[in-house]
Design a protein around this ligand. Structure first.
Ligand code: ASP
Length: 271
């Protein structure tokens, strides 16, 4: 997690993550540790490159679970984290272009080259892990939706949505439109599907069906298909794994020796 958060070229998490509507990077992360039944989370964290590390410190050293905003930052600084500018040249440029093209009638001239223009971009990492002994843990980190309203927190830092872990059963997490996940508590729901015996891929598909059932009309196209994507990932105590998405997607698996990219199962194809 930390490696990706520190990578300036990854604009979906940590340092270099795309900022909110005011050009400020606000990061979210959460984690759970199965054996100790602990959890930690941070929301709307500014100026700290590695929110997943801060979430882990909350898990390890406090009796709380979720710190947000200024308090979360002060907590991180007290543990020796450095306050840093999280914008990179790329992410600042992307935000400037978004702002310029927001309205044809404002005083910012529209940018003709639309190559780098992004309306809203998602990007998150969820990692669910199991040891050979069957101990589980999970973590999710993100810079959230690009250009979000300042203060917006997505699913990633919400225990039971962005990720969930039960050491007796399995772990699960999600990436994609956070608002769609929050409404079904998708991380928790997927682990509950595992608990009643579904295989990981089927558990993820089952959660996605619930997401579709809970989707507002404004987010469905004429065929009733969601206008966004959402992915769920799951692993069991026995090491079975799977992932599913609304539309064809990919996920990475590491068996301790090799990493592989796999296709997700999915509910819909794009027109
Ligand atoms: N789930 C994240 C959020 O809504 C975004 C993403 O996965 O790309 O904040």
């Amino acid at each position: 997690m930390k490696i990706q958060e520190l990578d300036p070229n990854d604009d979906s998490v940590g340092y270099g993550g795309l900022p909110n509507a005011e050009g400020v990077v606000q990061l979210d992360a959460s984690c759970m540790h199965g054996p100790t039944k602990r959890a930690g989370a941070v929301g709307a964290l500014e100026n700290i490159k590695t929110p997943s590390e801060v979430a882990k410190l909350i898990l390890k050293y406090t009796s709380h679970i979720f710190l947000v905003g200024e308090g979360a930052k002060r907590f991180a600084l007290s543990f020796g984290f450095k306050e840093e500018d999280l914008l990179t040249e790329h992410s600042r440029e992307a935000w400037l272009r978004w702002r310029a093209n927001l309205s044809p009638t404002d005083n910012y001239l529209d940018v003709p080259d639309s190559d780098h223009l992004v309306v809203t971009k998602t990007g998150t990492i969820n990692c669910d892990a199991v040891t050979p002994q069957g101990d589980l843990s999970s973590v999710t980190t993100t810079s959230g939706l690009s250009w979000k309203i300042p203060g917006r927190v997505g699913d990633s830092p919400i225990i039971g949505a962005g990720q969930y872990c039960d050491n007796d059963v399995g772990a699960a997490g999600s990436t994609g439109l956070g608002e769609a996940n929050i409404k079904v508590c998708g991380g928790f729901l997927t682990v509950e599907h595992l608990r009643r015996g579904l295989k990981p891929t089927d558990a993820c598909l089952e959660t996605l069906k619930r997401v579709v059932a809970e989707t507002e009309a404004r987010l469905l196209d004429a065929q009733g298909k969601p206008k966004f994507d959402l992915v769920f990932y799951a692993v069991t105590k026995r090491g079975e794994f799977g992932a599913a998405s609304l539309y064809p997607n990919h996920f990475a698996v590491h068996d301790g020796t090799d990493a592989k990219i796999r296709d997700t199962a999915y509910l819909f194809t794009r027109a």
